[in-house]
Structure formats: C-alpha cells, structure tokens
Write a protein that binds this ligand. Structure first.
Ligand SMILES: NC(=O)c1ccc[n+]([C@@H]2O[C@H](COP(=O)([O-])OP(=O)(O)OC[C@H]3O[C@@H](n4cnc5c(N)ncnc54)[C@H](OP(=O)(O)O)[C@@H]3O)[C@@H](O)[C@H]2O)c1
Length: 227
C-alpha cells in the first residue's frame, strides 16, 4: 500500500514539477519581453526555486537509502507537489492576477478620474461609486462622458450628484486650467486624483503621447497649489 503510494507520487511529482517549471519560465520570459523594468535577478531567483524543485523530484530516490524508499519517498514527493502548486499559485497572484480586491467604505470621499468614459478609467469609476465614493469624470469629449455617466448611473444605481462631469483635454493647457477652475467652483474636497487618461503604450517609446503625461502632472501641481 505504502509502496503504491510512493510509486504514484514518484511518477506524478516530476510531471507536476516540469509543468510548474515551464510555467515559471514562460511567465519570466513574457514579463521580460513586455515590461522594461523587470529585474533579471528577481526572475532568475523565481525560476531557480522551480528548478530546484524539479531537480529534487527527479533525484529523490538517489538521496534516500533503499530502506527509506517506501513511505519517506512518497511523502517527499507529496511535499514537492504541494510546494510546486503553492509556488505557482503565489506567482500567479503576484504577476498575473494581482492582489485580491478588497471592498472599502469610500463614503464622502471624492475622486477625480481622468479619461473615465471608457476602459480602465470607466471600471475604476464604477468600483469607486460602488464603494460609496463620489467621482468627478474628467473627460475630453462631453458627448462620450454623458453616455458613460448614464451607463454608470444605471450600473451602480447611485444618485446623479455622486457623478460629476467636467471637461478636460490633457493635451491642451487652457483646458487643464479651465478644468481646475471648474473643479474649485464645485467646492468639493479632493481625496485622490487618478491619472488614467492616455493611450496604452507598454513598449518604448513610452512617451507616445507626451502632452497627456506631462499635463497630467501639471494638473496635480495646479490643484495642489490652489489647495
Ligand atoms: N490597456 C492596457 O493594456 C494598458 C497597459 C498599460 C497602461 N495602460 C494605461 O492605462 C490607461 C487607460 O488605459 P485604457 O486601456 O483604459 O485606455 P482607453 O480605453 O483607450 O481609454 C483612454 C481614455 O483616456 C482618454 N484620453 C486620451 N487622451 C486624452 C486627453 N488628451 N485628454 C483627456 N482624456 C484623454 C480617452 O478619451 P477618449 O475616449 O475621448 O479618447 C479615454 O477615455 C492609459 O493611461 C494607458 O496608458 C493601459
């Protein structure tokens, strides 16, 4: 019975270890090919853990004497399988899924979200509203923003006064100044400015839309100075 257990574990463990190693290796390569600021050392350390686990699962038999081959061998393989699966789950949460989402009470808090008529900004606004926050939609197209506002109202069921719409084109200094003045007139506090607007660009050159990024910082500075 114990020999059966050891044999089953011994045949499973190298397979699991190989799959986990391949997963870690592909994930490391993908991150390096896409992101610029990944430390080679970090990835190498991550991959090394899987390599050690794979080596151990292939060599358990040779570490143990013939008398311990039974239950001990099975147990070591089981531990290796569990460790590998745990490491994969950890890597998945660290690099792919991100930290688990935690609901917070944001009642009374005010958030400016730039470019939130679509994409990540829209979903951010929706999550903030769902948690009780007030969202100032800073969008360059009033038409698109009005449509998004209606959609947010129907999706979240919050009262209209919790979604304020203001025009902002981050490529235009005058529009940024006008936005800051409009926001000041609302007499609302500002708990967080979410600099979302822009065009996705994950490969160099990162400054594919320099004005958006530069003016976003100007917006922060102007509001801080006015406060
Ligand atoms: N999606 C990705 O994979 C990814 C990856 C890395 C970083 N990001 C960053 O995450 C942010 C949002 O990405 P996303 O995928 O949600 O983009 P998206 O769907 O294209 O939305 C971009 C938003 O920014 C607005 N915007 C663009 N230029 C603007 C300007 N000059 N002034 C005001 N608003 C402006 C757009 O308004 P209009 O609708 O009027 O065009 C839109 O609302 C971007 O900053 C992007 O660089 C995204």
């Amino acid at each position: 019975m114990t020999t059966d257990f050891a044999n089953v574990m011994a045949s499973f463990s190298p397979i699991v270890s190989s799959i986990c190693f391949l997963y870690a290796f592909s994930l490391g390569c993908f991150r390096h090919s896409v992101y610029e600021d990944i430390s080679m050392l970090d990835s190498a350390r991550d991959i090394l853990k899987y390599l050690v686990a794979l080596y151990c699962s292939l060599r358990v038999g040779t570490f143990l004497g013939p008398t311990q081959l039974g239950p001990m061998k099975g147990l070591i393989h089981l531990v290796l399988i569990v460790c590998n699966v745990k490491m994969v789950i950890k890597s998945y949460h660290k690099y792919v899924a991100g930290k688990p989402f935690k609901r917070m009470n944001l009642t009374g808090k005010v958030y400016i979200v730039t470019g939130c008529n679509t994409g990540i900004g829209f979903e951010t606004a929706r999550a903030l509203l769902d948690m009780g926050g007030t969202v100032v939609m800073a969008c360059r197209s009033t038409g698109k923003a009005a449509e998004a506002q209606d959609e947010l109202l129907s999706l979240t069921g919050v009262p209209r006064e919790r979604i304020v719409m203001l025009k902002l084109d981050l490529c235009d200094f005058a529009s940024v100044r006008a936005f800051v003045a409009d926001f000041e007139r609302l007499n609302l506090p500002l708990n967080c400015l979410i600099n979302n607007a822009g065009t996705p660009s994950i490969r160099p050159p990162f400054l594919s839309h320099p004005p958006t990024r530069i003016l976003t910082h100007l917006l922060t500075l102007m509001h801080n100075n006015a406060a």
